[in-house]
Write a protein that binds this ligand. Structure first.
Ligand code: PLP
Length: 427
């Protein structure tokens, strides 16, 4: 495998750091608390293992990037949401370090007590400028932004209409609110229209959809959704976690791509994927709505302010994207290279020009053995099967980043072709 680029910095460790992954110091400290958890249903963990849905975590010993160092050696990484490669961008890191030094490790407070610094206000202003909205509010994650919005905005007299494949955090956020709930079939506009008709009896209607769906790399039909929303006087909410920074001519997201920036009322997104990849999320939209969230949204009111270093990294990532869309264009070119070479090799890639490139295989076992075989060739991709995706639609999800080189992409395609032939996915 090619040398692991940019790993020189990983040799040093901060003072007092103990290499857990290497097993240093393990098992020596006394452990307290009961050895069993009384509330745990018997056989629950075995059940998860038996169902084949146990999620294990691979320990990375380097920065996030296209080339990772693991305990067993280096690998070429195709499964991070680091679409623009900003997680380890030198200017982003420098901005994080500078902000850490100037503003400290953290606020030890929620925003409304003594947790708002000038950098939080500046980042909120930058986010609203980026999305061309009136105002923005920061959260510790987009999961929190989604958990906090529906309950704050909707009453029992209102209705929320949600795509059945929306992200878990939207589903949980909707569960927390008292509005009437409608779930429409994935991107099915006839079904949405029927549900909007039924929801006319309610005071307010809110249509909620992912902008880009992370399992299929498909993009919500926002033009049509906005047309229906206008017809039935509904608001439109989009989750742009897999779109912000790179979809659309200026990377503003799905609403820019589909020409409906003036029709989508609320945008939620993350700082934890394309925008530097640290953590954090936000809502951006009309000022009165953001004002209401500051008063009512529980994950905002009752959780700590974003750490300054995280704010500094995200702020720099937005500066870079507002200066130029060259990084997003580079990612689009790499995506195109991967999709066209894989299609020419005989694979079916789901989705539309999105850096999430699901290699459709159908059979769950095939997806698992091929993903394992890819890893044994130094290429890290993840297989997904039921219940994460529908039965018979198992796939290996590949995610392209601007920092993949053309050679990285070609190596991945070659490995897929060899592994596909070996396991009968290709003739
Ligand atoms: N929404 C979508 C569509 C996501 O994919 C994710 C992350 O996986 C989230 C929300 C949550 O984002 P965060 O990691 O900022 O909590």
């Amino acid at each position: 495998m090619k040398g692991a680029v940019g790993l020189e910095h990983c040799s040093g460790q901060p003072p007092g750091w103990v290499g857990r992954a290497a097993g240093v110091g393990q098992g020596t400290a006394p452990r307290h608390g009961p050895a069993t958890a009384p509330g745990l249903r018997s056989g629950e963990l075995e059940g998860i293992r038996g169902a084949g849905t146990w999620k294990s975590e691979r320990v990375i010993a380097s920065r996030q990037g296209p080339h990772l160092r693991l305990a067993g050696g280096g690998i070429l990484n195709f499964c991070a949401n680091n679409y623009l490669g900003l997680s380890s961008h030198p200017e982003v890191i420098r901005a994080g370090v500078w902000t850490l030094e100037q503003f400290g490790a953290g606020l030890s407070s929620v925003r409304f007590i003594c947790g708002t610094q000038s950098i939080h206000k500046d980042l909120e202003e930058k986010i609203s400028r980026f999305h061309q909205r009136e105002d923005a509010i920061l959260y510790a994650s987009c999961f929190d932004a989604n958990a906090g919005i529906f309950e704050a905005l909707l009453t029992p007299e209102d209705a929320v209409l949600s795509d059945e494949l929306n992200h878990a955090s939207i589903i949980d956020g909707i569960r927390l609110c008292k509005a009437n709930k409608y779930r429409y079939r994935h991107m099915d506009m006839q079904d949405l229209e029927a549900k909007l008709q039924d929801a006319q009896k309610h005071r307010l209607r809110l249509v909620a959809t992912d902008g880009a769906f992370s399992m299929d790399g498909d993009i919500a039909p926002l033009k049509e959704i906005c047309r229906l929303a206008e017809k039935y006087e509904a608001l439109v909410f989009i989750d742009e976690c897999h779109a912000t920074g790179f979809l659309g001519p200026n990377g503003r997201g799905t609403d820019e791509l589909l020409g409906v920036m003036d029709k989508v009322t609320i945008v939620n997104s993350t700082l934890g994927k394309a925008l530097g990849g640290a953590a954090g999320g936000y809502t951006t939209g009309p000022k009165p709505l953001i004002d209401l969230l500051r008063q009512r949204s529980r994950p905002y009111l009752f959780s700590n302010s974003l750490p300054p270093a995280v704010v500094g990294c995200a702020s720099k990532a937005l500066d870079l994207l507002m200066e130029s869309n060259a990084i997003a264009q580079s990612m689009a070119a790499k995506t195109q290279r991967f999709r066209s070479k894989m299609t020419a090799a005989g694979f079916t890639i789901s989705g539309q020009d999105h850096p999430i490139c699901p290699v459709m295989l159908g059979d769950a076992r095939l997806a698992a053995v091929m993903a394992d075989d890819m890893l044994s060739r130094g290429i890290y991709v993840i297989g997904f099967s039921y219940p994460v995706v529908p039965k018979g639609k198992a796939r290996i999800r590949v995610q392209i980043s601007a920092v993949h080189s053309d050679e990285d992409i070609d190596r991945c395609v070659e490995a897929f072709t060899e592994v596909g032939r070996k396991h009968g996915a290709l003739p």
